[in-house]
Design a protein around this ligand. Sequence first.
Ligand SMILES: CC(C)(COP(=O)(O)OP(=O)(O)OC[C@H]1O[C@@H](n2cnc3c(N)ncnc32)[C@H](O)[C@@H]1OP(=O)(O)O)[C@@H](O)C(=O)NCCC(=O)NCCS
Length: 162
Amino acid sequence: MARPGLVSPRIVPRRDEDWPSLLELWVASWRATYPDIDFDARRDWLRQQVLRLERSGSRTLLLREGAPPATIGFVVIDPATHWLDQLCVHPTRFGSGAAEALIEAARSISPARLRLDVNADNRRAVSFYEREGFVSRGEGAPSLSGRRTLIMEWTSALLPQS
Ligand SMILES: CC(C)(COP(=O)(O)OP(=O)(O)OC[C@H]1O[C@@H](n2cnc3c(N)ncnc32)[C@H](O)[C@@H]1OP(=O)(O)O)[C@@H](O)C(=O)NCCC(=O)NCCS
């Protein structure tokens, strides 16, 4: 069933004080997707991963909504390589349009293309990306949990297709 739509959504860059809400949201989102994996134990991994990506040029954008504003999702995107490393939405806001708003924000800073890898068994994410116009470009490296991954890519319709 569709969730209520977004209330006064805003995309903002990550600030240092956002770490607690960003990590809570990441754990909740992935726990809803793979309940058997201990994502709490990976908080430090995520933080180091995002910092490493930001040092090499990626941008972390948060989606906030409501008053007072609550962070309900985030995306990490590298405008130079077009690599989208992280996308997640709080599970209470799955189906709300939050993921579309974050992909739209990623497209605004990487308008030609977006590339990512996704666990092949993460059917919700794969369906979402297909709905957003991504296509599969073959197999990626195994995930942290050893799962099969797919490389998916979205290319602007304005570019010549290869
Ligand atoms: C992936 C994610 C960002 C998508 O956001 P979302 O709000 O859940 O996405 P939506 O609800 O808009 O779209 C999901 C689609 O998958 C469908 N879906 C849900 N469960 C499904 C399943 N088991 N199999 C196939 N499709 C499924 C939904 O019906 C919906 O399609 P529809 O709108 O055409 O009906 C979000 O689910 C999330 O944060 N997941 C955890 C982290 C994650 O997987 N990130 C992506 C890593 S690459």
